[in-house]
Design a protein around this ligand. Structure first.
Ligand code: NAG
Length: 984
């Protein structure tokens, strides 16, 4: 969080302190859009856009990048060659080694480096200690698998101008590498899908020495600027060197010891009209064009993790985290690219029929999407994923960067946060009131004020005299505490943490190689350098129970401000010429910074006490590709406004398809005071965020859900209980995400990739495989909503079992008075719930299950699954879990439960938790849309574990649009056992 423009009284003290410490530094109290760079203010972005303008406007434009004749060789799934970049009229060239790796998964990777820099044959300016190589360690932090080379890939055709490689599953993928100019054309099933450098925008700014200009040269340049329009068109424009050597923004100067070094490439998606991904941006799921025109953006999408508080909506502006993974989608086909670069990155998007080279496209009238990727430094490193389905893309991406960590079950419950719960008694009081008003919740949070003057790893002794007593009260109902720990360490005497950081030399350095000092919440601070193994080891020591006193087994951690936020730094972050472990410049690793810090905390939480190992919970604000492996994220400092509620859904959906589905927005809105209707609708929406947390700014009035008053309190309570009853289904969806990268809430294009009408819809979604289709209300005074129906299945209202009169590809209007969440059940699914309301998820651990079956149109099969484990340990990795598949067969008149993974009882040695689960059963099955023929039936036959018995069934006939339904009670079957229920 960051302080808002309006200052509370409690804040004034802090400001006084700051001004006492520094007469010159004025804290930014109103960060606005103009505090962040536009493309024209970011030298390399401006240069590459100008390069693109010139290339696209010049008919005879030829990319100056060519593969050197005879330089190419193909071996064991890898093609290697040297690209020669022609740098002047004399034909001088720069050597750029390229490696194209064909991976077993069918993904291709293209990596381009710079030979002079590989060899260290460059000179740095300003006596910089920075590394000479292009940053080549992003892979080390990001990639966890999927790099095995495809030994079956083979050269299919080769001559002096090109080479074609066949690769991928049954060799259905093909890459044609053209030498002059260099480009790559990726085909699937004989059709081109992705093209690299088709528009000739490849640009790798090679290292060059700075030549100090003589006065006459400088004046010549002025003349150059006056060149006649006509000349300009014909002659290649002289490059604008003004931003090569240093750049100033907002009073901060970047010394750029290596000069210009950007990498850029155009990537065309041939025949694709929609592109998704590259979160986090506050805009539509289907990305907009960025080169102006009606309804389009003027600016490229930017990825440069930043503390952008009070962010503006419908904007390509950067936010707190970045995932440079983009998916293109057209009817029945998905492809994607993953741009592995952690430096500041911009992406321009344009759409159009044909291309610069229409013949080469081979598709006539179809719209294509052209993207232009621009990064400030590092290798050019791009993965091309050829689909063909959205699910293939998320799975392939998951193999590379890892899937979402399996969270503890409590993490899926409701989290109650505000800046700040002011004392341990305040926390105890909220805890009691939540119980009094029957509001289930799992976690209460402490923002920065719990500390002793912003010194992390301490509690304020006056306001939190008894944190352990507080923790124990929470624990008595299975609840947890999350405390905030940020990466800035207060620079003050008598604080052992900062003393150790200094003496052990574990902080981020400035460009001179001395400990970097900047400003954040505590005033003067230093930043832990989580890129350093020694720093991570030290960090772990700080979380031990006897070190972080006041914490106990149910304390978990929130990492905020890890972009990192530096109040007096350029764009509220670190200077780019700061140095990290290994002397890599901050410039190279900026977008990785948040992830390495969250990861350091994640690992710290696995070693608090010998013998105690549970899945850590760490929430992060900044993130990158791979952060999903170590925790949850939220969308940062939003506002208590209807349009922010609305914007949260596409933002959370975008996280989901981009491999980081454990995502949510602050319920209620961080800044401001939500009116009660907004707060209520926000809880109804938040109950469908994978990460569900209410949060509020220090200046916002208290808004714990029980304070809302009637009817709001009751309605919010119902939304919380809906979340809790569906926890088994949410947990199952997380398991799926953990196994193969599938999003937890899914947009229409993902579940129905053939239905073009759904490709731009981003305000409704399916939950896991449950068939639940939700469209939360995000507008004021709305009492009905149109929901788009993607198929011809039958849809039932979740609450009333009404059969909604739908037709495929059309919208249907649903009633949605304040107390109602528009939520449908698609026919053909089975979902699991736990229906007894309790105070926390931990208290539901041994409750029986309810299964809800929705009978599909034409009596098709209904299917679903349930995954359950102990919800906290890593024992699931040793098979300690129950994973059932339920199948309802209307024709066969039965429901069966079988092991979803085909394991038999003897495959699993039952541990303590599994033994205890023997007592947990299925209490009830509801069959919505039950066949009319069941009227009059009172009993069903149950078979399980070698026994047969009967159970009671109640049948309620269809009536006034509501479907018939049957309820079978007191089944007496175990959740972990095979069973069969016959209705015949
Ligand atoms: C996470 O921390 C572990 C343990 O220190 C380290 O081995 C790993 O490289 C780190 N990964 C990231 C992404 O920071």
């Amino acid at each position: 969080m960051l302080v808002s423009g309006s200052l509370s009284t409690s804040w004034t003290a802090y400001l006084g302190l700051l001004s006492a410490l520094s007469a010159t530094f004025v804290p930014s109290v109103a960060v606005k859009e103009h505090d962040f760079k536009k493309c024209h203010q970011s030298g390399f972005c401006a240069r590459n856009r100008a390069f693109a303008d010139h290339a696209l406007a010049t008919t005879s434009w030829q990319s100056p990048y060519n593969i050197a004749p005879e330089s190419g060789s193909f071996k064991d799934g890898q093609y290697q060659a040297t690209i020669l970049k022609t740098i002047n009229d004399k034909g001088e060239t720069v050597r750029l080694p390229i490696t194209i790796s064909f991976l077993e998964s069918g993904t291709a990777r293209v990596t381009v480096d710079e030979e002079k820099r590989q060899k260290g044959e460059i000179e740095l300016r300003h006596n910089s200690k920075a590394r000479k190589e292009r940053y080549n360690e992003a892979e080390q932090w990001v990639i966890v698998g999927g790099l095995t080379l495809d030994k079956a890939a083979k050269v299919d055709y080769e001559d002096k101008t090109q080479v074609t490689v066949k690769f991928g599953p049954s060799s259905e993928f093909e890459a044609t590498i053209s030498f002059s100019p260099f480009s790559i054309d990726f085909k699937r099933d004989g059709h081109t899908h992705v093209k690299l450098n088709d528009q000739g925008l490849l640009n790798i700014e090679h290292w060059r020495p700075k030549i100090e200009k003589t006065e006459s040269a400088a004046s010549e340049e002025t003349k150059e600027g006056e060149t006649k329009e006509q000349d300009k068109k014909e002659k290649p424009k002289k490059e604008d060197e003004s931003t090569w050597w240093d750049e100033t923004f907002g009073g901060n100067t970047d010394s750029k010891p290596r000069g210009p070094e950007s990498v850029a490439l155009d990537i065309s998606f041939v025949g694709y009209e929609h592109v998704y991904g590259i979160p986090s941006h506050a805009g539509p799921l289907s990305l907009k064009q960025t080169r102006g025109g009606d309804g389009n953006y003027q600016e490229p999408y930017r990825m440069y993790n930043a503390d952008v508080f009070e962010y503006i909506l419908d904007s390509p502006m950067t936010l707190y985290g970045s995932i440079p993974f983009m998916q293109a989608h057209s009817k029945d086909s998905s492809v994607g690219v993953f741009w592995l670069n952690a430096a500041e990155t911009w992406v321009d998007i344009t759409k159009g029929k044909g291309s610069k080279n229409p013949l080469a496209l081979g598709t006539k009238a179809k719209t294509s999407t052209h993207t232009h990727w621009i990064s400030e430094s590092g290798l050019l490193d791009v993965f091309v994923l050829l689909g063909p389905t959205p699910k293939d893309l998320t799975a392939r991406y998951g193999e590379l960067t890892g899937t979402t960590a399996m969270p503890q079950e409590f993490a899926l419950g409701y989290h109650q946060c505000r800046w700040n719960y002011v004392s341990d008694e305040d926390v105890r009081d909220v805890d009691r009131k939540m119980d009094k008003f029957k509001m289930p919740y799992d976690v209460i949070w402490l923002d920065i004020e719990y500390t002793d003057e912003k010194k992390y790893f301490t509690f304020d002794k006056h306001t939190f005299p008894d944190p352990i007593g507080m923790g124990k009260q929470l624990d008595s109902h299975g609840r947890k505490l999350v405390t905030i720990i940020d990466p800035h360490i207060k620079n003050v005497d008598n604080y052992p943490v900062v003393a150790e950081l200094k003496s052990k030399d574990l902080g981020v350095k400035n460009k001179e190689g001395n400990l970097f000092e900047g400003w954040c919440w505590p005033g003067s601070s230093h930043w832990i350098d989580a890129f350093s193994p020694a720093a991570r080891e030290w960090w772990a020591s700080l979380f031990k129970y006897d070190s972080f006193k006041g914490t106990m087994e149910n304390t978990w951690i929130w990492n905020d401000m890890n972009e990192p936020s530096v109040f007096n730094g350029p764009e509220t972050t670190m200077p780019k010429d700061n140095l990290h472990f290994g002397n890599w410049e901050h410039r190279d690793v900026h977008n990785l910074n948040g992830m390495t810090f969250q990861n350091a905390t994640y690992h710290a939480l696995t070693s608090r006490k010998p013998g105690e190992l549970r899945r850590p919970f760490v929430l992060t604000r900044a993130f990158f590709a791979g952060s999903q492996r170590v925790g949850a994220m939220w969308t940062g400092d939003n506002q208590a406004a209807w349009d922010h509620l609305e914007a949260s859904i596409p933002m959370v959906l975008s996280q989901g398809i981009s491999g980081f589905p454990f995502a949510g927005a602050d319920v209620g809105g961080f800044f401001g005071n939500p009116e009660k209707e907004l707060l209520t609708r926000w809880y109804q929406t938040g109950a469908f965020y994978p990460f569900f947390r209410g949060h509020a700014h220090i200046d916002a009035r208290r808004r714990e859900p029980y304070l809302a008053g009637e009817p709001y309190t009751t309605i919010i309570g119902a939304a919380l209980r809906l979340r809790y009853s569906l926890l088994p289904s949410w947990y199952t969806a997380f398991r799926q995400a953990h196994v193969d990268g599938t999003p937890i809430i899914k947009p229409m294009f993902y579940t129905h990739p053939s239905e073009e009408g759904g490709f731009a819809i981003d305000d409704q979604f399916f939950v896991g495989n449950t068939g639940l289709l939700a469209k939360p209300i995000t507008q004021k005074d709305r009492v009905e909503v149109d929901i788009w129906i993607p198929d011809s299945e039958v849809y039932y209202d979740y609450f009333t079992y009404e059969v909604v009169p739908t037709s495929k590809g059309k919208s249907v209007t649903l009633d949605a008075p304040l107390e109602k969440i528009p939520l449908l059940m698609r026919g053909g699914h089975i979902l699991a719930r736990r229906d007894i309301p309790r105070r926390s998820s931990a208290l539901m651990k041994w409750d029986d299950y309810t299964l809800v079956v929705t009978v599909g149109r034409d009596g098709k099969l209904a299917e679903g699954d349930l995954y359950v484990d102990d919800g906290e340990s890593f024992d699931y990795q040793a098979g300690q879990y129950i994973h059932r598949r339920f199948v309802f067969d209307a024709a066969g008149k039965s429901i069966v439960s079988v092991d979803a993974e085909g394991r038999s009882a003897k495959d699993v040695q039952e541990g303590e938790w599994m033994k205890k689960m023997r007592q947990v059963g299925v209490d009830k099955i509801v069959i919505v849309g039950a066949p009319a023929a069941w009227a009059g039936k009172r009993e069903v036959t149950v078979e399980s574990e070698g026994k047969t018995w009967s159970a009671k069934m109640e049948f309620t006939p269809a009536m006034k649009g509501r479907g018939a339904f049957a309820v079978v009670k007191k089944l007496g079957v175990r959740i972990g056992a095979d069973w069969k229920i016959s209705f015949a």
